[in-house]
Design a protein around this ligand. Structure first.
Ligand code: ZN
Length: 137
């Protein structure tokens, strides 16, 4: 599934280089929720050569910074599921924008509650993040 995205299947592109591909999750926890996947197929992070783990988190860091400048986020949540709760067997890091008081970890909210983007909203957010990451170092 994510190999298809790496290969060019339709996705809301945020970033791409020779190591990783980043794109918006179509059903975000919060708007801007991005998935970063290694360009090569590894089922879990445990299967990755150590030198390929670094590029994934390098982009997670840049995205966290970009969330603040482009979406007005106060912070981020970065997570990688391994087998348990891992819905797609191709490593992916979730990078989720956070705001003070968003209640992500509040009891009763249902932590991993997904929402839908309004018409055109995802495309606008992806374009902002792309622009921010192009300028980032
Ligand atoms: Zn794959």
């Amino acid at each position: 599934m994510f190999c298809a995205v790496v290969g060019g299947a339709e996705h809301l592109a945020v970033y791409r280089d020779e190591h990783v591909v980043a794109f918006l999750d179509h059903a975000p926890v919060f708007p801007g929720h991005t998935l970063i996947v290694p360009a090569r197929h590894y089922p879990t992070i445990e299967d990755m050569p150590e030198n390929e783990v670094a590029p994934l988190f390098l982009i997670a860091r840049r995205l966290s910074i970009a969330f603040r400048s482009t979406l007005g986020a106060d912070g981020s949540f970065i997570a990688v599921n391994t087998r348990i709760s891992q819905s797609v067997p191709h490593v992916h890091a979730h990078v989720v924008p956070r705001r003070k008081g968003d209640g992500l970890f509040s009891p009763g909210r249902g932590m991993w509650m997904r929402r839908r983007y309004a018409e055109g909203e995802a495309e606008r957010i992806a374009a902002k993040l792309r622009a921010a990451l192009e300028g980032a170092t």
